[in-house]
Ligand binder design. Structure first.
Ligand code: NDP
Length: 476
């Protein structure tokens, strides 16, 4: 037994992760259900480092130094359980099983429980950055026991992306915490993409600009506060021309967005926790609306706009307004996502350090961005910050763009351009800062028809008004 780490599941992700370990000098045991993938890895990348291939799971396990560290990188769901079931009887106390696939966090909690009962460590870890990240440095979000991180952590930090020399991997928290944080990462990714798409649409419809011109605007934005992987690839995509038709590539792509389901998980969990992650929810529903084909056909045929063609007087001022509105909406989406992490952390006693999460998202992953430094700094100033938006840096940054944000959302509404994430983010901003909300009326209505009771602003206690009787108030 001489391999320091093993990878089972050698499709694109597992194969690249194994190569990444090997390139960092680790002896890597490799295994796949069908041996062909193992053979092709050795044939094509065997020269990159020290691989120990095995055809059977038993040989694979036997080739690992103890405590064994086995990374599972297979299809999430049933296949992961199948691999765990095959693996576990071959392991010994203290060994570490790492699920690096995109598991749903409740599955990770279940698996961690089961393996802990057998004396094994189970580490559910988020890995972001796709194929390219897996090979050259992903962002890694491992859960599980702190004890397992002591021996596993340094290896993960070694192969992760680095920003200013700092690894984009850190211990997240017990059992499902790592996969939970990966899920929220993906939800934020949905919101970020939708916001960028709305900014593009506003520029297109407001300015009548071409995809190419808008691509140039995004490239320009990528030199400032908005600098990020998603803005960078947007600039690139918008300037790409379809080889067959010579048209802008974005114009030949069918406008029906798909999803694999992590956005849906995030929204469902937001509902479970009662955390208003409106940015992520609007982004997920915007994809759903785009794919609602019969509804869109009926809507296109029947619904008038009663809006004029958008006339923008000052081109540069409008572009700057859209940029400021995008930045402000983005801060809201992240603020909400970090609220969701805080709520889940409290509910599950995970004790997640939100500043550290922003730090490991700075590189390797899809939402990597300059702006994440500001989030880390905000949580360094106050680890228990109740609202990211209320950190002085963000209060200023969003405050400076507030008038622009309102102009853009109002303009979108007046001109019939759908901007659900922009407008719901602004509504959230105004809601969370409101002195009083009409929730008071909702409580009164609930008490009227359902005797659901209410609290008063002027004294303690829970009350009910006898609405159908003489309307006296009784203490509930
Ligand atoms: P796939 O999700 O396509 O899974 C293919 C791998 O799973 C193959 O190695 C396959 O083995 C194995 N497999 C499937 N069913 C079983 C089973 N019942 N028993 C044993 N092995 C099985 O591979 P990817 O590399 O795309 O992704 C791996 C994991 O990483 C997934 O959980 C994915 O969600 C996650 N992920 C993917 C990212 C990406 O960009 N693709 C990014 C981040 C995470 P065989 O060759 O024998 O069929």
């Amino acid at each position: 037994a001489r391999a320091q780490i093993g990878v089972t599941g050698l499709a694109v992700m597992g194969r690249n992760l194994a190569r990444n370990f090997a390139r960092h000098g680790y002896t890597v045991a490799v295994h796949n259900r069908s041996y062909a993938k193992t053979e092709s890895l050795i044939a094509e990348a065997g020269h990159e480092g020290d691989f120990v291939p095995s055809e059977s799971m038993a040989d694979f396990v036997a080739s690992l130094e103890r405590p064994r560290k086995v990374v599972i990188m297979v299809k999430a769901g049933g296949p992961t359980d199948a691999v765990i079931d095959e693996l576990v009887p071959l392991l010994e106390e203290g060994d570490i099983v790492v699920d690096a696939g995109n598991a749903h966090f409740p599955d990770t909690i279940r698996r961690e429980n089961a393996l802990r009962a057998q004396g094994l460590h189970f580490v559910g870890t988020g890995v972001s950055g796709g194929e390219e990240g897996a090979l050259n440095g992903p962002s890694i979000m491992p859960g599980g026991t702190r004890e397992s991180y002591e021996s596993l952590g340094p290896i993960l930090e070694d192969i992760s992306a680095k920003v200013d020399g700092v690894p984009c991997a850190t211990y997240v928290g017990p059992d499902g915490a790592g996969h939970f944080v990966k899920m929220v990462h993906n939800g934020i990714e949905y919101a970020d993409m939708q916001l960028i798409a709305e900014a593009y649409d506003l520029l297109r419809q407001g300015l009548g600009a071409s995809a190419r011109e808008i691509g140039e605007i995004f490239a320009q934005w990528n030199t400032g506060d908005l600098e990020s992987f998603l803005i960078e690839i947007t600039a690139d995509v918008l300037q790409h021309v379809d080889a067959e038709t010579g048209r802008a590539f974005v114009d030949i792509v069918l406008d029906q967005a798909e999803q694999k389901g992590t956005g849906r998980w995030t929204v469902q969990n937001g509902l479970d926790l009662g955390v208003p992650i409106t940015g992520i929810a609007e982004a997920t529903f915007a994809r759903a609306l785009s794919g609602s084909v019969p509804q869109r056909e009926a809507g296109r045929a029947a619904l008038p706009a009663h809006a004029q063609a958008w006339e923008v007087k000052d081109r540069d001022a409008f572009i700057e307004d859209v940029r400021l509105a995008l930045y402000a909406s983005k801060v809201v989406a992240y603020s909400q996502g970090f609220d969701q992490i805080a709520a889940a952390s409290l509910e599950n006693s995970w004790d997640i350090d939100r500043g550290a999460m922003a730090r490991i998202w700075r590189g390797g992953c899809i939402i990597r961005a300059r702006f994440l430094n500001r989030i880390t700094e905000a949580y360094e100033r106050d680890a228990n910050l109740p609202l990211l938006l209320a950190d002085p840096y963000f209060t200023d940054a969003v405050g400076n763009g507030l008038a622009a944000w309102r102009r853009i959302v109002a303009g979108a509404a007046q001109n019939g351009v759908p901007a659900p994430a922009f407008s719901s983010s602004l509504a959230y901003y105004d809601g969370v800062r409101a002195e009083r909300l009409p929730a008071a009326l909702v409580q009164a209505q609930r008490d009227f028809f359902g005797a659901h009771t209410y609290k008063r602003v002027d004294r303690d206690g829970t009350f009910h008004t006898q609405w159908s009787g003489d309307r006296t108030e009784v203490e509930a």
